[in-house]
Ligand binder design. Structure first.
Ligand SMILES: [Zn+2]
Length: 156
């Protein structure tokens, strides 16, 4: 999935009616658009975390200090989505801006590097702007992407 289709999905999300969620829900920040077709494999969790760490290492300090959670099996991921009121809005990642936590579906790390980088950069965009605005998050994600691709030695 390329950036423009991500943006398109994002706009659809923005235009969807306001989401109602149960009283006990985690206050929902932004949900990340995009679709993964596989399920996370708990046996590969360490690998997912390593991939996440290598991307995070190249992020600005505010995003490095953020709490990133990789959910490595499907049932807990589905639970987290329901709990956050994000069911049906994303199956890649979502950020609770006020709680300073991002939950990532481990399955994104089964996708090509470009895909999971985009997922992480988008969520990092929310962290950097400290906002739930999808357009601003995508703008920041674009900056992070160009910064990463213009730096030969990444993750230092
Ligand atoms: Zn978003």
């Amino acid at each position: 999935m390329n950036l423009s289709s991500l943006l398109l999905v994002s706009l659809i999300v923005l235009n969807s009616p306001a989401f109602s969620h149960a009283e006990d829900s985690i206050p929902l920040g932004p949900a990340h658009p995009g679709i993964v077709s596989t399920r996370p494999d708990p046996a590969r969790c360490n690998q997912y975390v390593s991939k996440l760490q290598s991307v995070i290492a190249g992020l600005p300090p505010s995003a490095q200090k953020h709490r990133w959670v990789v959910v490595c099996s499907l049932d807990p991921w589905n639970y987290a989505l329901h709990k956050a009121g994000a069911w049906g809005r994303t199956n890649t990642a979502f950020t609770n801006v006020s709680g300073k936590t991002t939950f990532i579906n481990g399955a994104v790390f089964e996708e090509p590097e470009h895909f999971y980088r985009q997922t992480i950069y988008h969520e990092a965009g929310h962290v950097i702007c400290a906002c739930g605005n999808e357009a601003r998050a995508n703008q920041e994600a674009g900056r992070l992407f160009s910064a990463a691709s213009s730096t030969p030695a990444m993750g230092q």
